[in-house]
Design a protein around this ligand. Sequence first.
Ligand SMILES: [Zn+2]
Length: 225
Amino acid sequence: MRRNKLHLRRWLFNCAGALSLVLCVGVLGLGVHTHYRGLYLEWHTHAGDRYSAVASRGTIVAEQEWNEIYSSLAPGPVEGFELYSAAGPLVDPAGWQWPAPDWEARMLGYGVVIHRSKSLGPRLQSVRPGPWQSTVLILPIWLLAALFAAPSGLWLYRWSARRQRRRRLGAGLCPTCGYDVRATPDRCPECGTIPSPPHNPPMQRTGAAGKLLTVRTRLDRGSGH
Ligand SMILES: [Zn+2]
């Protein structure tokens, strides 16, 4: 039962590690890609909300927007998804200017802009007529990649440590410091590690089995006269 739980935990850890590695590489690929092609994803609801995400020049700009015209005028924008990709960066998110937002914070390529229930000046009325409000989240793609890199780095580290431990155990070396413990399989004389049997012993020699082997070898030698 305990072993099953341990297996499940290791399996989940492996899945999460592998997934974060795939996502990290994917996000990095997307980040490079956005310098050559822009990606645009938009979703309109019946109530007049628009959710959109633009990936361009290594940045993702996610926006939730509500515009009076979307809900009150007919024909409004078509409800549902729209996705397109265009050659060259779609926009320069770093250069985007919002007219008098209630709140705007930008730092190191990420930021938040909130704009609530205001009408725009005549110059922008054609773009966003009537009162509108929006919340914008600006995310640099490197930040997303870094978020996924942390768990995948831990996973790779744990994986290589486990591999090294298994290799050392198999070669009769201390799993912790690599000292030759073939003569003292119970306890490493160098660092004091007491090698515990591996959780899933395949063909490996455990501490006790190693001791037995040593004793038997000695007996063989003794009777060899
Ligand atoms: Zn040791």
